[in-house]
Design a protein around this ligand. Structure first.
Ligand code: HEC
Length: 66
């Protein structure tokens, strides 16, 4: 039920600081770990709502997609 929009969203949110975001996706983290990571990125200046960070974490962990 995830629109491909999530992916674009991820690229928009994360690539401003991480140019090779695909390598981020290769890290094997659970959804919870990604939630933590995204939270940490907020300290670096990422602005994201908690709903959106969940979507990104879901995308990165492979979450509901499979
Ligand atoms: C405002 C800049 C900025 C944005 C936006 C940003 N990051 Fe980061 N990120 C950093 C910096 C600086 C570091 C290195 C310091 C650190 O590890 O905390 C880092 C490190 C990381 C790391 C390696 C450390 C770890 O915890 O595994 C990952 C993975 C990561 N970022 C993922 C993301 C994701 C996913 C997003 C999008 C939701 C994102 N980042 C958005 C600045 C940013």
């Amino acid at each position: 039920m995830q629109p491909p929009q999530e992916k674009l969203f991820f690229y928009k949110k994360c690539t401003s600081c991480h140019s090779g975001s695909l390598s981020l996706k290769q890290q094997k983290k659970s959804m919870e770990q990604w939630m933590e990571t995204v939270k940490n990125m907020k300290k670096h200046g990422l602005s994201i709502s908690s709903k959106d960070s969940k979507a990104v974490a879901e995308f990165l962990s492979g979450g509901k997609k499979k």
